[in-house]
Design a protein around this ligand. Structure first.
Ligand SMILES: [Zn+2]
Length: 251
């Protein structure tokens, strides 16, 4: 009897183990990341309200990447201050309101074309001026170029480029050149130049937290492709487009 009793206890113990609900990682409702790695505490609170509006033209492949910076930017800013349109060319019928934005004379495109002017040269935004729509293309360099080429409305738009010496802090994703910034960093820099210096640090804080966490948990710090090519550590043959882009940067 004693033996049976002890067997039953063991069996009951197993039953209890089986009956426990499967372990589920609870996701943060805001950033959709597991709560243990959520970066929401580093977000500005309340969300920031710049005068300019950020308009992101996002390549569909960008959405599938697990570490993206556009959604982080979107929740760091007040509703309506960062709009994301998805596609390979723009505007399409489903892109409500985009046609108007692309035709607006206060829309400027952040794109390093040969005609682009330094962002520093643009008139700053004040309470008396009309704020800009800052158009950003979100994707890899070849994807961004593809979107630009298939979107004629962008060709006639005022084009600006960032002049900065900072290296991307988004160190866990390889950037094509030392001068390449993630979408969030680009927007932060642009708002800092055009409106208020504080936007730079406030918007980059959650990105820094994400990178620190990833590195702490074994992610490898990536040097830019440019750095690795110059130091002969880049393993793949360079794409023609990237090669040309790097050459243009140096000339
Ligand atoms: Zn979160």
């Amino acid at each position: 009897m004693d033996v049976n009793c002890s067997n039953f206890k063991t069996y009951k113990h197993r039953l209890l183990l089986v009956a426990e609900p499967p372990f589920m990682r609870s996701l943060c409702s805001k950033c959709r990341r597991p709560e243990s790695v959520c970066w929401c505490t580093c977000l500005p609170s309340p969300p920031l309200t710049p005068m300019c509006r950020i308009v992101i033209l996002q390549h569909p492949a960008e959405e599938k990447r697990c570490l993206r910076t556009a959604p982080m930017l979107q929740i760091a800013l007040e509703d309506g201050k960062c709009i994301i349109y998805k596609g390979k060319k723009f505007p399409q019928q489903r892109h409500a309101g985009l046609q108007q934005i692309l035709e607006d004379s206060n829309s400027i495109l952040l794109y390093p074309s040969k005609d682009s002017v330094d962002l520093d040269e643009m008139p700053k935004v004040t309470a008396e001026t009309t704020p800009y729509n800052l158009i950003l293309i979100d994707g890899t360099w070849p994807q961004a170029k593809g979107i630009y080429n298939s979107t004629p409305a962008l060709h006639t738009m005022k084009q600006v480029k960032l002049v900065h010496n900072t290296k991307s802090e988004y160190v866990i994703r390889t950037q094509p050149t030392d001068g390449c910034l993630s979408t969030l960093e680009t927007a932060a820099e642009a708002l800092a130049v055009l409106e208020d210096e504080n936007y730079r640090d406030l918007l980059k804080r959650p990105l820094k937290a994400l990178c620190e966490f990833q590195i702490h948990h074994g992610a490898v710090v990536h040097d830019s492709k440019e750095f690795r090519i110059k130091n002969n550590t880049y393993p793949k043959r360079l794409g023609k487009r990237l090669n040309r882009f790097l050459r243009d940067l140096e000339s």
